[in-house]
Design a protein around this ligand. Sequence first.
Ligand code: AMP
Length: 394
Amino acid sequence: MKVINEIDITGKRVFIRCDFNVPMDENGNITDDNRIRAALPTIQYAIDNKAKVILASHLGRPKGKRNPKYSLKPVAKRLATILGKPVLFIEDFENPEDKAKLEALKDGDVALLENLRFWEGEEKNSKEFALKLKELFDVYVNDAFGVCHRKHASVYALAEISEIAAIGFLLKKELEYFDKIFTIEEKPFVAVIGGAKISGKLDCLLNLLNRADKIIIGGAQAFTFLRALGYKTGNSLVEEELIDEAKRVMDEAGRKGVKLYLPVDFVCSTSPEDESGYVIKPYQEIPKGMMGLDIGPASIELFREVLSDAKVVVWNGPMGVFEVKAFAHGTNRIAQIIGSLNALKVVGGGDTADAVERAGESDNMSYISTGGGASLKLLEGKTLPAVEVLEKKQ
Ligand code: AMP
């Protein structure tokens, strides 16, 4: 795939599909602008090379309708502050007045289109919608790693019909890091997989069995594994229908010589809301009526030992209900332990990136992905449709 610096963009209208899907509070204030900052190298490069820069993104799930709650206006404002230059906000790129504003862009100017998901065609991968967008630019650039696992118009149909198409620096970096963890020869490779559900991580676990030397399992999915081993888990989150799949993962791990580690103790309480009444119990003793909400101190120590010789670490999914203070300790400690390692440390996006940030360990990781779903797909060993379509074009 061509990268933006390998094509001529000077004086051209350059459409850059970014991922500005940032978290906002109820007053529309951006609470974390990491995704905006991650897109800056590509945007700044386009400005410096005198392109007419047209940015586009989605935000949240407005389901094909205009909804002020999901407007990208606050992103335009923040971007203008960061770039130190005006960012023209285009509410409706189909409206003749707005179209004229886009046509009047000068070299080095920047515009941001309103949330693409306000149009039904975006999520439907509509070619008609893509054709409308295509009228706006000469060069197409995809830098939106976070949506590359989706077949949406702005990353799929539009890429398919654009004569000149490239990727941005962020997308390039994301793909390079995930490629690196699957090709680097150093060992041991330790995968740390947590989160709420086994269902979303099963393919990831099965694929990692072909690559990892050790797999640490934390979060609620540990309970499905413990049930597969015949233990009672109280009220902990268990996916009954996947107990057999958990068995299969353990069997395959045994056959392939991959070492699998489960937590050996838990911080248990009646519910995530009950922060004061918790007890710490070995996995054999999860009290009836209680649920495991975090890994306990013995598990932290075990995982510290397991990780101590790691040369490559990939981490996806928190160890417990890290959003609640009483159950965040395990995730924080794992973030610190991974952060302190002298290894290649790659963190999947979404919740895990958030947890690493909360633990103050972001600067100690080799790479923190900006895409939760997309990074999971790569860990599953799958290709990303939006990347595939660009690869086919070359
Ligand atoms: P995922 O999106 O699958 O990575 O899951 C992230 C979510 O898993 C977070 O919101 C955590 O609160 C949740 N989680 C992690 N551990 C547990 C647990 N022991 N019980 C319930 N939820 C959990």
